[in-house]
Design a protein around this ligand. Structure first.
Ligand code: G3P
Length: 199
């Protein structure tokens, strides 16, 4: 059990490494939490620092989840603990110990966790996200629709993991509360447009 606890702790620490904040500073743009939507994630780095920076953030944040869950599989950790490790990685991303606990929304990191769990499931989620972005232009709406469908997809592909996925979906929707308010008020910015933190 102590080994599993160490893995949960390690996943939280890895999740806490906010690539959006580091990459945005590297590109000379400063803290993404004070610009655009105010979110330290790939979407907002796309607004602030452009596509190259955004791709680095996206890949890094996905890998935080993928590596955490893959390591758990390698060490033969049981299914329930793997679910907890995935949640820990995403909680680290959302509430990073290294960045005053003000982190991102967990979309990329959660997808990363599911890549290690089931490739087809992850592909279906990515496809859903892309479809909604192409149809509507809203990254946040795409995330909300995708995580709402995620428990259903998980029931089809990996039923053992449906409870941790429900938990992740709930956390991610909670992190999108400001986006939901903006979407309902018609004030959300499209993925390719600069947002304003004061909206
Ligand atoms: O993954 C975050 C995305 O769903 C919303 O980002 O910056 O538009 O709040 P943002």
């Amino acid at each position: 059990i102590s080994f599993t606890l160490m893995m949960i702790f390690a996943a939280y620490m890895l999740g806490s490494v906010s690539s959006a904040i580091m990459v945005s500073y590297l590109f000379g743009k400063g803290d993404p939490r004070t610009q655009g939507s105010g979110n330290p994630g790939a979407t907002n780095v796309l607004r602030i620092a452009g596509p190259f920076a955004a791709v680095i953030v996206l890949v890094f944040d996905i890998l935080k989840g993928t590596v955490s869950v893959y390591a758990a599989f390698l060490f033969g950790v049981d299914a329930i603990s793997i679910g907890v490790i995935a949640i820990a990685a995403c909680l680290g991303h959302m509430y990073p110990v290294f960045f005053k606990f003000k982190g991102g929304k967990g979309v990329a990191t959660a997808l990363g966790c599911l890549i290690s769990l089931d490739f087809n499931l992850a592909g279906l989620l990515l496809g859903t996200w892309l479809l909604v972005v192409i149809l509507t232009g809203y990254s946040s709406l795409a995330a909300i629709v995708t995580v709402t469908l995620a428990p259903i997809y998980t029931l089809l592909f990996k039923p053992d993991y449906v409870y941790p996925v429900i938990m992740l979906s709930a956390l991610i929707i909670w992190q999108h509360r400001d986006n939901i308010r903006r979407l309902l008020g018609g004030k959300e910015s499209k993925i390719w447009k600069k947002g304003n933190v004061n909206e």
